[in-house]
Design a binder for this molecule. Structure first.
Ligand code: ATP
Ligand code: MG
Length: 588
């Protein structure tokens, strides 16, 4: 890629905020010890050379999807543009659903998208579970200062006493217990002396707050469940709402960018960090949270729970099924990292929720591939064409550009002979109006080859056409002098029957036939498109690479990629990534 082809980043509200922060020198005194930690670790450290720090904080409880790509491109992109660092942080504070398999898959996909978490000599890949001890110390400090207490109400009681949007909550009977008692119970909770649900740690804020998240939110719960990294070391786990700001502060994040549904959490985000600065636990300047609209893409679901259900119940073949909106699925389908980055760039960043039509994603792939994809020919629905005046056993080479936009890519050669495969739809015995392809008496050009005149067809006992016959005009070969002396309106693709390679082609369509399969309380499974995968045997141009990771264009048909799991040189399998035109726009 030349630098001139990289579009300049479009401005957005986050860039404006960062520009202002930098202009005001908000972070110029920020110290960074080269690793995450509390105030004591950073205070004596050198000034941070990263101008900003952002983070991408996936929970390792599933595979990344196209919505995550928006967050990845945004966070890593901002860090790069502002000479800052972006941390990859696994937000693994919820042991039940998290697994190492997901950690590996997430790392693989962030790298595949073209990003990395190195900054100078730092390797900024972190795990929230590495901060459990810091969090516990912070919790103790908060209890000591009267900012938190151990509550022995049941989960149901806590819920009932929380109040509603119109009604204030009521104080827990344990809210004013002595700090020493809460401290002792907190230690007992950590030491495994109490069963799940018997008590929890809560922040002591305001049960009358109009913001429900400020009504003494739960901070620690007891869960006697092993964790994928810390094993049995802990049986209390921090809640996301305070773990997240603490993780950000330990890592000295400057701009903590999250999706809009966390807007109501921001007061608690700030409250907890302010208290911890006041108690000398955390160093300033503190991170700040900013919210942007998540990606809602039509014709897909992106909830991890629903994606997991599709996999578990066998509606798709796995997380990397080419119909899945996971990054693994999109990669296998033929999406390139550049096409996904281009899509995210075109989306922009805003605070207004909107739905993005799936065709925008498809167009980004076409726009990425058109200038670079190598061309080839395939015949998906083969019908034999016999050139009756072409000598039997004779073969000659035709040639065509590898990519018509890129002369430097050179030309490719492929053989022509007496028997060819053409698309069944390229012959009509009785043509409709404006049909310019083969029918008895009509002439067409065999693309990159000769002009042929159709002389008729052969049918079997069921009346099905089994062969089309034609005669070629010897002086009309493409690229030879005078080849265009005969004018024709139709141009059809073909492969030589004796030389073509057989390939399995998987024609994918959208997984759901409704644009919004999971709005309201609809059962999204009812919207599954029953025809989302069609497997056919096709003939493809000899020499077509069937193991390359880079998608190719089959002329007239679309972009295809060798299936990364199943394709071999001996038994090629290709997935159609996208058609050349938006076929859904025509259906509407
Ligand atoms: P789910 O609700 O499916 O579990 P999640 O948002 O909980 O998804 P996380 O692993 O917590 O998934 O997400 C990591 C980051 O990706 C978060 O910062 C989140 O804001 C962002 N993210 C997730 N989904 C989207 C989306 N559709 N659009 C933009 N960002 C997203
Ligand atoms: Mg989450």
């Amino acid at each position: 890629m030349t630098t001139s082809s990289i579009p300049a980043p479009t401005s957005n509200f986050l860039r404006t905020i960062i520009d202002n922060d930098l202009a005001q020198g908000r972070y110029q005194d920020k110290r960074w010890a080269g690793k995450p930690g509390p105030a004591a670790v950073h205070e004596q450290a050198p000034l941070d050379t990263a101008r900003i720090r952002t983070r991408f904080p996936p929970e390792p409880n599933g595979y990344l999807h196209i919505g995550h790509a928006k967050s990845i491109c945004l966070n890593f992109g901002l860090a790069t543009d502002y000479q800052g660092a972006c941390h990859l942080r696994f937000d693994d504070t919820n042991p039940e659903k998290e697994e190492d398999e997901y950690v590996k898959a997430i790392i693989e996909m962030v790298e595949w998208l073209g990003f990395d978490w190195k900054f100078r000599d730092e390797d900024n890949c972190y795990f929230a579970s590495d901060y459990f001890q810091y969090m516990f110390t912070f919790a103790q400090a908060l209890v000591q200062a009267g900012y938190a207490y151990v509550d022995e109400q049941s989960a149901d009681e806590i819920r009932a006493n929380r109040g509603t949007l119109t009604q204030k909550g009521s104080n827990s009977p344990w809210r004013d217990r002595p700090a020493q008692e809460s401290l002792r119970l907190l230690s007992e909770m950590r030491d495994g002396k109490h069963p799940d649900g018997s008590m929890c740690l809560r922040a002591r804020i305001d049960m009358g707050s109009p913001n429900m998240n400020m009504r003494d939110p739960v901070m620690y719960r007891i869960r006697h469940v092993p964790h994928h990294r810390t094993g049995d070391a802990w049986c209390i786990y921090p809640m996301y709402s305070w773990a997240h700001p603490v993780e950000d502060a330990l890592e000295r994040i400057t701009h903590s960018i999250c999706t809009l549904e966390f807007e109501d959490q921001r007061p608690f985000y700030d409250w907890i960090l302010d208290r911890l600065v006041e108690l000398g636990q955390l160093a300033e300047p503190l991170p700040r949270q900013y919210e942007f609209a998540r990606l809602h893409l039509s014709y897909v679901v992106t909830s991890k729970r629903k994606l997991l259900q599709l996999v578990r119940e066998g509606h798709v073949q796995g997380w990397d099924d080419p119909r899945m909106p996971t990054l693994a699925g999109l990669r296998r389908r033929g999406y390139t990292p550049a096409s996904i980055r281009l899509f995210c760039e075109r989306l922009g960043v805003s605070k207004a929720d909107s739905r993005i039509d799936y065709s925008i994603l498809e167009q980004a792939l076409r726009d990425d591939l058109d200038p670079i994809a190598l061309r080839s020919v395939a015949v998906l629905d083969p019908l034999k064409l016999i050139i009756t005046n072409y000598p039997e056993g004779q073969t000659e080479l035709c040639n065509a550009p590898r990519n018509p936009h890129d002369p430097a890519a050179g030309r490719r050669e492929f053989p022509l002979s007496r028997e060819l495969w053409i698309e069944r739809e390229d012959f009509q015995e009785e043509p409709p109006k404006k049909y310019f392809r083969l029918f008895p008496g009509n002439m067409v050009r065999l693309k990159y080859g000769y002009i042929v005149r159709c002389t008729g067809c052969v049918k079997n006992e069921n009346g099905e056409i089994t062969e089309v016959h034609a005669e070629y005009l010897p002086d009309t070969k493409s690229g030879t002098p005078g080849s265009d002396s005969v004018k024709v309106k139709g141009n059809i693709t073909w492969v030589s029957a004796a030389h073509a390679v057989q390939a399995e082609i998987r024609l994918y369509d959208r997984l759901f036939s409704e644009p919004h399969p999971d709005t309201g309380d609809k059962d999204f499974l009812l919207a599954l498109n029953p025809d989302s995968c069609q497997v056919i045997q096709a003939w493809i141009e000899p020499g077509t690479s069937t193991t390359d990771e880079m998608p190719l264009q089959f002329e007239r048909l679309g972009y295809f990629v060798a299936d990364r799991n199943d394709s071999t040189a001996q038994k090629p399998v290709l997935n159609r990534a996208v058609t050349l035109k938006d076929s859904w726009a025509q259906k509407k």
